[in-house]
Structure formats: structure tokens, C-alpha cells
Design a protein around this ligand. Sequence first.
Ligand SMILES: [Zn+2]
Length: 251
Amino acid sequence: MSDDTDLAALARLIERARRAVVFTGAGISTESGIPDFRSPGGIWTKMAPIDFESFLASEAARRESWRRRFEADAVWRAAEPNRGHRAVATLVRRGTVSAVITQNIDGLHQASGIAAEQVIELHGNSTYAHCLDCAARYEIADLRPAFERDGSAPRCTRCDGFVKTATISFGQAMPAEPMRRAQEETLAADLFIVAGSSLVVYPAAGFPELAKRKGAVLAIVNREATHLDPVADVVVNRSIGDALGTVVGVN
Ligand SMILES: [Zn+2]
């Protein structure tokens, strides 16, 4: 595309911003090889997600959930931050962006150098696990040998509770503290940048609406159109890495 007026407009908004928030979805991480679970042809069109109720109710569901997690482990471990993540990290380092709110569960923002305190994970994190009862943390790699030995889903060594990846499953309550912080950051932002989210998953997708309603400037960077494009101040329909990388000056 030779017409770069969209990128120039985004660059101007970023330059003017005093406190920006970046809201990221699957689109920023597909460029790192992380599959988009919800997209047409995505994982969840091939196998239904295991909801929280099933996980609690059934050892078979827990086993299947862990089988899938270990099966996908090579993909998770190989994924590295891409140009889009680096651009966001640069904006955080420069002080333009105060926080990154993410729907992603891959930990790639932290891997790109953003402090964990500045990454607000709305759907949790799949790169580690925790006990659902006592919250003890477990590393995925440490759980694998026992699973491969007897195929049973991991239990907490402290309290015998169910151990689950630290993600928010369907049917599981949104995490209170990240939701509170996301709202606080959204209300304080003068620029809200959506990067790689199609804005279909609620309540997460409510944050850009809230930002706009409270007077922030809204920029949407996504390959496909979203339902908020008509109210956005700038819409960039391009690859996230190319768009943000170009605008921020990061390779
Ligand atoms: Zn426990």
C-alpha cells in the first residue's frame, strides 16, 4: 500500500498522547506463531474448548485439557515477541504507554521486556499453572513428567486441589484485580490503542468503548474491520507488526 495516511495519523496521535494504553488481542501474537483460537479454522473450530465447569467436574476433561496443553507446548515454547510486541515495549519504555491490557495468554509482552506490573492479563496466562484452591504456582515443564508417566491430571502437592493453567476458561469468572486495573488505566488514558483484537469477546472488548465514551482518542490497528471502526479516530487495517513497527520506528 503506497498510501500511508493511516500510519501518519496514528503517529500523530501517539506523539500527542500523554498517557496511552495499548489493548492487545490474538492478532499481535499470530505474528509470533501463536494460533488464534477463535478465528475461522482456529483450534476451537476443530475441538471445542473445555469450559470451567467441565474441568471441575470431570477427571477426563482435566486430562484432556492437560493433554492439549502439553501437545501445544512446543508452539508455546518456540514463540518469541515480534515486531509488534517490540514496538509496544518501546512505547512503554518511552513513557507514552502506561499499561498494556491484553486478552492474550502467551506472556509475550513480558518476554518483550515490559515489567509484569504493566501488563494486565484479562484472560490469564498459559505459560504456567496454579492450584485452583490454594493458588500455589506450578511450572508447566515440572508437571509434564508425571502426566506422561500415568496420564492423570496434576494435583496440588500442598492441598490436593486441581492444578490448571493460569488461564481464564469459558465459564470462569473474570479475574477481579486485572479487571479493576484495566478499568482504572482505561479511565486515565487520553489515547487508547487497540492492536490485533477483533473486539468480539466481552467483557474485555468493553474497554475501548469505555475509553471512547470517557473522551479518550481511539485508534484501532487490526487486519480486519471491527464493529468499533465507525467511532474510532484512526483505523489501520494492516499487520500489527508492520503498522506499529513503522510508526514507532522499531524493526
Ligand atoms: Zn493447592
